[in-house]
Write a protein that binds this ligand. Structure first.
Ligand code: ADQ
Length: 472
């Protein structure tokens, strides 16, 4: 059996005694559990005294209790590497640009050089751990050059790449100054995987326009003298596990008064990020309260948004903006016995969160752009099928492709989002059940296990009926 080597920016395994992890981590573990292998990446620590990456060997820890031989191989980042690779280029340029926010990208050639340096150093650190026949699965935008860096070290193993975030239109990619050099490095991979067909098409369209790749068939590219396959693999959640957590959760995070009065909860849960559309969402809720006074006192909007990437300046600005608009909404509409908006900036234990999803009548998930959005899928999975809540979902989340039975909205249109909220709050039980059942079936069909299985199946070598001459 071939070993699987997972490479991701962060190695974040479940901690003993802590709640089960989210979709990406449990998906990765699911894949590793079947065949065993290594999960390699940054350990999340920034070490001011660390040696430059690539000179130190990774620290190896066995991951117990998984039923397979799984080793975690981690390295710390030096301060300079963290600032250049993680904050500077990955989250300062690639994240905003790939979410159509080129206006927020701050390109610095030194940070880009650091991004390449760290990718090469990570490849050097992993190299001695690799064996013939190992299959590598590399995750996300932090690691675009990783396969190419491995190839330069003589690695011939199969290497697949999965992009968790959207792939934007070619003109947006072109705003990234070194876009051509950067995306050419995708040729080191054997498989490029995307969340949706729109992302896959955007990527191959960009590569064709740049004359970097040529189509051999709808899913096969001749790319830099290599054969590179592309595919769509929507990430998903473990429905059975979420249902069990939501049912068993004894946490009643909604306050007793709200429950006793039958007040309906609208719930949003996000990492605090400008791509998630929080200011636009607050505006939509404000519009609802303004235009429909009959909803006042009858609803409560709960926004859970723990801060992320606090070392990147744009994230500090969005926090300030949200603090101000939450204050304005509560100042305008609060009554002595009613707080219209609860804005909580902390993380919750996963089982508590699943219980809360189940108690909320409306799940409001309105990113401006999102690769998939697992919260939307978790919300659906957590509902009571006999009395389910309604998902209001942005048409710009990857999840909208599968969850078409949600109420789909344009998050930039606050009046339409407010109207969808009203519709969700008033939706009769029969319609709620019908929509929920439809979405649940989709999640059961396109499961988290299928995500892994299909990606790894397609990473196997392509069997050609005839020998192929690949244009260089
Ligand atoms: P993210 O941008 O992080 O992921 P998302 O897919 O919604 O977005 O996943 C967030 C996860 O964090 C969910 O599992 C959620 O339950 C959890 N979470 C969020 N807020 C929390 C809180 N306050 N307390 C506890 N848990 C919380 C990136 C891409 C997405 C893509 C995923 C997976 O941006 O588009 O869906 O990767 O591919």
């Amino acid at each position: 059996m071939k070993r699987l080597i997972i490479v991701s920016n962060r190695v974040a395994p479940p901690q003993p005694g802590r709640a089960a992890p989210g979709g990406l981590v449990s998906g990765v573990l699911d894949a590793l559990r079947n065949v065993g292998g290594i999960w390699f990446g940054w350990n999340g620590e920034v070490d001011d005294a660390a040696a430059p990456l690539g000179q130190a060997s990774p620290q190896l820890h066995p991951l117990a209790g998984q039923g397979a031989d799984i080793t975690l191989a981690t390295v710390p980042l030096s301060r300079q590497d963290y600032e250049d690779y993680y904050c500077g280029f990955a989250n300062g340029v690639l994240w905003p640009s790939f979410h159509y926010r080129s206006d927020l990208a701050r390109y610095d050639p030194c940070a880009y050089a650091g991004y390449l340096r760290v990718n090469r150093a990570l490849a050097r650190a992993l190299r001695p751990l690799l064996r013939d026949g190992d299959v590598l699965w590399v995750h996300d935008y932090h690691l675009i050059p990783f396969a190419q860096a491995c190839r330069e070290l003589g690695v011939t193993n199969r290497i697949g790449f999965f992009l968790h975030i959207p792939f934007p239109a070619a003109q947006v990619v072109e705003t990234i100054p070194p876009h051509r050099e950067l995306l050419r490095m995708l040729r080191g991979y054997d498989l490029l995987g995307f969340q949706t067909e729109r992302d896959r098409l955007a990527c191959i369209d960009y590569l064709y326009q740049q004359r970097e790749a040529q189509p051999l068939s709808p899913y096969l590219l001749a790319f830099g003298g290599r054969l590179v396959r592309t595919g769509v693999y929507p990430i998903s959640v473990d429905v059975a596990q979420i249902q069990a957590m939501a049912q068993q959760s004894r946490h009643h995070l909604l306050d007793a008064a709200a429950r006793a009065s039958g007040r309906q909860a609208i719930l949003s849960v996000d990492r605090l990020d400008y791509s998630k559309g929080l200011p636009e969402r607050f505006r939509a809720y404000e519009h609802l309260l303004e235009q429909r006074p009959d909803y006042r006192r009858k609803v409560q909007f709960i926004q859970i948004a723990p801060p992320s990437r606090g070392d990147v300046a744009t994230y500090r600005r969005i926090r300030e903006q949200l603090d101000a608009s939450a204050g304005r909404i509560n100042g305008r509409f609060s009554e002595l016995d009613w707080l219209p908006l609860r804005y909580l900036t902390k993380g919750y234990e996963r089982s508590a969160l699943m219980g809360l999803y189940r108690q909320a009548r409306v799940g409001l998930v309105t990113p401006l752009r999102d690769g998939m959005n697992l919260v939307a899928k978790e919300y659906v999975a957590a509902q009571n099928p006999d009395d389910p809540g309604v998902l209001v979902l942005s048409q710009f989340a990857g999840a909208a492709v599968e969850l078409e039975a949600a109420l789909l909205v344009n998050p930039y249109d606050h009046a339409a989002t407010a109207a969808a909220l009203a519709r969700a709050l008033d939706m009769p039980l029969a319609q709620r059940r019908e929509r929920h059942q439809h979405m649940l079936q989709v999640l059961q069909h396109n499961s988290q296990t299928q995500w892994c299985r299909h990606f790894l199946r397609d990473l196997a070598p392509v069997q050609l009926r005839q020998p192929l001459v690949i244009p260089a």
